[in-house]
Design a protein around this ligand. Structure first.
Ligand SMILES: O=C(O)[C@@H](O)C(=O)CO
Ligand SMILES: [Mg+2]
Length: 258
């Protein structure tokens, strides 16, 4: 049986973060996940989740200098100090707010620096896993159409780092949208990597809208997750076509419930 969380980076993005938590609870979600909540106090997020009886799942490490095109720091040469600060910021915030996972963002790297970036990323992830044994650290391959140059865009690259580092709290963020855009063969990849999957996210391919359109049959994805015995949350990380509440019709259309 699926359980869905509301990604408040994209859903109800027309209002302040704390109000998004209220909106998610009103719509029936029992869990929420965040992108970069750092402008809102962690104590307030914790209190608002508690008063709405929703669980907080995760948040992302900082992107770095967004205006210079940075999108995470963990794979960047010469930036280990900045990476550690971003990790400490995310883990401190997450622990206060009551989160259970952190998406450790790898970053954009030049093609000819990929080998070096991989060893930096491996080193930083090993350190992060040691510093935050109480949190699940998620590695998310992101498609190259949306984020050209992002360190990884395949599930296999994330899985190979996890296998190599061997820390139990490193897991894959399996975003079906990114896998659909970059690779396809979603059933096979879910099955093959299930033990390493810490979180699943969904959105239509190629539009990234509600999961009731496009080339991925999400009702079949949900059945496959059930068949495989996936017991984790499924994050609704899509960009609503219009009003978020009106867009939630997909839940009924696909025959699932929150
Ligand atoms: O898929 C995504 O884009 C997100 O999960 C994320 O955390 C970075 O934007
Ligand atoms: Mg995602």
């Amino acid at each position: 049986m699926q359980k869905f969380s509301a990604n408040l980076g994209f859903l109800w993005s027309d209002r302040p973060l704390l109000d998004r938590i209220d909106a998610a609870a009103r719509a029936g979600f029992k869990a929420v996940e965040l992108h970069w909540p750092y402008d809102t106090s962690a104590e307030e997020v914790k209190a608002r989740c508690a008063s709405n009886h929703v669980v907080l799942l995760g948040l992302n490490t900082a992107v770095g200098h967004a205006t210079k095109g940075e999108f995470g720091l963990a794979a960047l040469a010469g930036r280990q100090g900045d990476f550690i600060r971003s990790l400490d910021q995310a883990t401190a915030y997450g622990r206060i707010a009551g989160a259970t996972s952190i998406h450790v963002m790898a970053g954009v790297v030049a093609t000819d620096e990929k080998a070096k970036a991989r060893s930096i990323l491996a080193e930083n992830l090993a350190l992060a896993a040691e510093k935050a044994p109480d949190l699940t650290l998620l590695l998310e391959p992101i498609n190259q159409r949306d984020k050209p140059g992002y360190f990884y865009s395949t599930i296999e690259e994330a899985a190979s780092l996890i296998a190599e580092i061997g820390a139990p709290n490193l897991k894959i963020m399996f975003d079906v949208y990114h896998v659909g855009v970059s690779q396809g063969d979603v059933f096979t990849r879910l099955k093959r990597h299930l033990p390493d999957i810490g979180h699943v996210q969904i959105a239509a391919v190629p539009s990234r809208a509600e999961p009731d359109e496009g080339e991925i049959a999400y009702s079949e994805i949900f059945k496959q997750l059930d068949r495989l015995g996936y017991e984790g949350w499924i994050g609704c990380e899509y960009k609503p076509r219009a009003d978020t509440d009106a867009g939630l019709r997909w839940i009924e259309t696909l025959g699932v419930s929150l």
